[in-house]
Ligand binder design. Structure first.
Ligand code: SF4
Length: 341
């Protein structure tokens, strides 16, 4: 697929005080993209559209260039100690995406230009924990790879982390646009992960993202560029024929990666879950979705901030976990399964 190009771009005036802000302004002017001003990236007004649905679609192709002021890098992810905030929002249309609810009424894509502030904060966290390793996740609130061909912020972050002794970087993507990252001086400190799923899930729930084949081609490229490689299988979803569907996934994955050194490949396994507010938003934005959001088939798990999640009941979750681990052992002996959640 073609790399993402925004249809409309907003700038915070302060963003133009930074080299990346200026560079982006020039770039979008040369591309003849409409540029507007916004006082804050948190409050963008006037995104076109006659109804909620159109506004949502248009927001997903609107880019907002701003300054990141909150430099607290919290994360609740099991895969890293901190999130590193390079962007917020995504142009993809995955029906199950948790950004639907976490970003609420702000589904537009924000990128931040004050990279030096962000790196200084990251360095502080690394120094506090040294000599323990500190891992940063760059894809908590966006699919950063899919946007990075415009900003190269991720590339700079990879090189910044590459120079630290105790820092590590990771991110996950569903996009194939990795070419500019291949020559980044990563020093082996960035784990490049791709999100993969059964054919059924990709076909029905992941519009607006790169195909499975294109993701795998990109995975080959980054592995050949010496990046530690990983795969996130998420959301693991019990559709009709899921056992065959996921078998085919791992079989195909192993076949397509022939010749690649897989001795350090990792897998992360995340079962499908949803919250009540997410269900309401998904049904509004993707009314024809086949995604099964029936609470009666799920187990309620109390969550932080009082919003519980619906996960698979224990028996189903166990079947999912055992099946995935079995397939991975079969097709990727020696690979590390980092967690199932
Ligand atoms: S690619 Fe990732 S971040 Fe983007 S919509 Fe899909 S799940 Fe959400």
């Amino acid at each position: 697929m073609k790399p993402f190009i925004p249809q409309l771009v907003y700038f915070e005036p302060e963003a133009l005080h930074y080299p990346l802000g200026k560079e982006l302004k020039e770039k979008f002017e040369n591309m003849n993209i409409e540029i507007r001003e916004t006082t804050s990236h948190n409050q963008v007004r006037g995104i076109p559209g006659e109804n909620e649905w159109q506004k949502y679609r248009n927001a997903k192709s609107t880019l907002v260039v701003g300054v990141r002021r909150t430099l607290k890098f919290d994360t609740s992810k099991p895969s890293a100690e901190y999130a590193i905030p390079l962007a917020t929002g995504c142009m993809g249309h995955c029906h199950y995406c948790y950004l639907q609810t976490t970003l609420g009424s702000k589904p537009y894509i924000r990128v931040y230009v004050n990279l030096d502030d962000i790196f200084a904060q990251a360095q502080k966290y690394i120094s506090e924990r040294a000599p323990e390793i500190t891992r940063f996740e760059a894809a908590c609130t966006s699919d950063i790879v899919g946007i990075d061909h415009l900003t190269h912020s991720l590339k700079k972050t990879i090189e910044f982390i590459g120079e630290t002794e105790y820092g590590r970087l990771r991110f996950v993507t569903k996009y194939e646009h990795v070419d500019h990252l291949l020559d980044a001086k990563h020093n082996g400190k960035t784990r490049f992960r791709f999100s993969v799923n059964s054919r059924y899930v990709i076909k029905n729930f992941e519009p607006g993202t790169s195909s499975f084949e294109a993701r795998l081609q990109a995975a080959r490229k980054v592995a050949n560029a010496g990046y530690p490689l990983g795969f996130i299988v998420a959301p693991i979803y019990m559709h009709d024929g899921w056992e065959e569907g996921y078998f085919e996934l791992f079989q195909h994955l192993a076949h397509q990666l022939k010749g690649i050194d897989l001795s350090t490949v990792t897998f992360e396994l995340i079962q499908h879950r949803f919250t009540k507010p997410a269900k309401a938003v998904i049904q509004k934005r993707y009314p024809k979705t086949k995604l099964d959001l029936d609470e009666n088939k799920r187990k309620y798990k109390w969550g932080r901030y009082g919003i519980g999640k619906y996960v698979y009941p224990d028996d189903d979750a166990m079947r999912l976990e055992i099946t995935m681990r079995h397939y991975i052992a079969q097709f990727f002996p020696g690979a590390e399964v980092q967690y199932f959640t």
